[in-house]
Design a protein around this ligand. Sequence first.
Ligand SMILES: Nc1ncnc2c1ncn2[C@@H]1O[C@H](COP(=O)(O)OP(=O)(O)OP(=O)(O)O)[C@@H](O)[C@H]1O
Ligand SMILES: [Mg+2]
Length: 363
Amino acid sequence: MKCGIVGLPNVGKSTLFNCLSNAKAQSANYPFCTIEPNVGTVSVPDQRLFELEKLVNPERVLPAVVEIVDIAGLVKGASKGEGLGNQFLATIRECEAIIHVLRCFENDNIIHVEGSVDPLRDKDIIDIELQLKDGEALNKAVDKAKKHIKSGKKEDVLTYEILVKLTAFVEQGNNAREFQTDDFGQKIMSEVQLLTNKPILYVCNVDENSIKNGNPWISKIEEMATKEKAEVVVLAAQIEADINELDTFEERQMFLEELGLTEPGVNRLIRKAYDLLKLQTYFTAGVKEVRAWTIEKGFTAPQAAGVIHTDFEKGFIRAEVIKFDDYVKYGSEAKIKEAGKMGVEGKEYVVQDGDIMHFRFNV
Ligand SMILES: Nc1ncnc2c1ncn2[C@@H]1O[C@H](COP(=O)(O)OP(=O)(O)OP(=O)(O)O)[C@@H](O)[C@H]1O
Ligand SMILES: [Mg+2]
């Protein structure tokens, strides 16, 4: 599961990537600094892990991770191969969700490829390029679907009709994710793997001052995002990157507090990205290791077990489930059992966010 960071050149994508990830990307004040995509894994901050650590006292703690890709900047004409055009778009296609960075900071020393700060205009530039690319893909899909309607099958006719409507919708300058359709339409749409149908989250990259005093662009971006049913995160990538460089936790905390923050803005971003990918967490807790595992929402117990090892899924017998709140309330597995709070669940059980799981299986 990957999240791609997109935006115009020189808006702070690599700076953001560096605050998020252990991998380091080159970030500098010139457009097209990034050419090859940078890939990094990001730990998902989760307070519950700290609480379980206190209770279980394990040898190690492993958080959930998501993969983040820092992509080259996109310019007008990218869909026709301008800038790093097509390569850029291919990388986005491989991502399951998009983080779109919008420059909201003024700084005359940092080149803006459009000559001025206007994040809504910038957003439109990117949207148009992605829509053009989707238009190409859709026209091909329509041609293909047209051949199938000769079969006379109702489903084929419907597919064709939906694709024609969707193509017109996108060609009129809309993102596919806003197309109103039923489940069947959604399925058809997902098969075309459109760039503008990926779930999206906007990052307002502001300066330090805006964190304390606000920034006029934020409300405009929020308004736009509400219409799109997308999420917005406001953060100052440069200052967060600087804070990240500090050696001790105490120092970092002190600087954050000076900004009026209790945690880095990127933590909020990671959690939202995790949500955007429709992911959730369950835990395993033992003396050797307390660990967060990533599953898709709706996974059953055997599917969740399969994330640890395929044998766990194949040989699944049952799962013992403790609710996180019970773990904290009773303090140990023994006491939870005593209180009759350990659930025993079968193959049909749908794992809930925060469940602490033990799997019984044979191979
Ligand atoms: N919030 C911010 N406030 C001030 N300066 C910033 C902020 N975020 C990033 N910058 C500066 O903007 C410049 C461009 O940043 P960065 O290299 O991260 O952009 P990019 O989007 O990755 O660009 P490219 O598309 O060329 O790879 C850097 O000099 C960085 O220090
Ligand atoms: Mg970059």
